[in-house]
Design a protein around this ligand. Structure first.
Ligand code: PMV
Length: 364
């Protein structure tokens, strides 16, 4: 390249680094094996395994503009659904400070972050999972632009690690299908540091699974998951729980391979009941289930018994019920939801979700 061409190239790349916008879309996930209890820098006390969703999504974009005067401060504005939110702004600023040693460019620019969800915020749907995975992916893309380094293989692994630091469950949303986060006995592949997609093959029955999210209440949770995780430190059943989660993970890995839907139902429901049992047995104990939650769980069990269909319920840290079922039974299940479950839902709201392929870059 001649001198002039090199100078032109450098000028152009400098300009592209001055300002721009990056957007990612990232889904929520539903944990089949629950992460509940953490230590150190957001490391899990047990492995968790989840199914990535397709309809419950966060869209996030970061507009960046190079600061005129470089200083060490983090400058950002955060807009949720078009409205500025100082609560989220503070949380993200803390997050940026936490990762700034690894991503020093975060203090070289000022940022405008715009985010929106396709599902009600704080509805017990893991909004922090889709939110922090989308944000982490935007930061990873920015890092590529600013530093000019490209490593396709490491990209998603690093994004998962970065998402984990924002919210543990977000580490799993970086990948589609079924995802494992946390060390699993006898397996080197899975790590506490980042999540990764399931190594083994998935039986066809689990390749097209559905999740009907029944919104019992949209109200903010009384106790957030950070407090819940912290309460596990003194929970008298903690050790037994971590052992159970390890056993359930090992069993679930087999179940997903063999297609054993009966065992799937058993493990998934036990996980949901244990999660809420742990909340109740914490000090102070608390209950996040509502009357509607219990009514729906009872009806799902009755329906399963009568129809001999492997429908299962699970719960996140909230009152809403996730009804998991294989695609083959869709019509019957939709009828059942309409006839028997919707009157327990807030304003008959539910989300028709299913297994998804993972995040998408929205601009190239
Ligand atoms: O990612 P956090 O810190 O919001 O914790 C999520 C915990 C559960 O949703 C209850 C379980 C899980 O594994 O997603």
């Amino acid at each position: 390249m001649c001198n002039l061409a090199i100078q032109l190239f450098l000028k152009m790349s400098q300009n592209t680094h001055e300002k721009g916008k990056i957007s990612w879309q990232s889904p929520s996930n539903i944990a089949l094996i629950k992460y509940w209890g953490k230590h150190g820098t957001q490391l899990p006390c047990n492995p968790s395994l989840s199914m990535t969703l397709s309809a419950s999504i966060t869209n996030t974009s970061i507009s960046y503009l190079k600061k005129q005067h470089a200083d060490k401060s983090v400058v950002l504005q955060f807009y949720f659904d078009g409205k500025r939110s100082e609560v989220f702004e503070k949380r993200i600023a803390v997050y940026f400070h936490h990762i700034i040693d690894e991503f020093p460019f975060l203090s070289d620019y000022q940022f405008k972050i715009e985010s929106s969800n396709t599902f009600p915020h704080s509805s017990g749907i893991a909004s922090s999972a889709s939110a922090f995975s989308a944000l982490a992916l935007c930061i990873m893309s920015l890092n590529e632009i600013v530093t000019g380094t490209l490593n396709k293989n490491a990209f998603y692994q690093q994004a998962s690690q970065l998402a984990r630091l924002g919210s543990g469950s977000a580490a799993r949303s970086i990948f589609g299908g079924y995802t494992v986060w946390g060390q699993v006995e006898g397996m080197d592949a899975y790590s506490d540091i980042y999540a990764r997609p399931l190594l083994s093959e998935i039986h066809p029955v689990f390749q097209s699974y559905h999740d009907a999210v029944l919104i019992v209440s949209e109200k903010n949770k009384k106790i957030g998951s950070s407090t819940g995780h912290a309460l596990m430190e003194k929970n008298p059943f903690a050790e037994a729980r971590y052992r159970q989660a390890m056993d359930h993970t090992l069993e679930m890995l087999q179940v997903l391979k063999t297609g054993d839907t009966e065992k799937f139902v058993k493990i998934v429901e036990q996980e949901a009941m244990t999660l809420h049992g742990l909340m109740m047995s914490s000090d102070p104990g608390y209950v996040l289930m509502k009357q509607g939650t219990i009514e729906i769980m009872d009806r799902i069990r009755d329906f399963r018994r009568k129809q001999q269909i492997p429908v299962a319920f699970t719960l996140d840290a909230g009152p809403n019920v996730h009804l998991l079922y294989p695609a083959t039974y869709r019509e019957m299940v939709l009828n059942f939801i309409n006839k028997e479950l919707l009157h327990f839902c807030n304003a008959r709201q539910w989300i028709d979700d299913s297994i998804g392929k993972g995040p998408k870059l929205m601009n190239e």
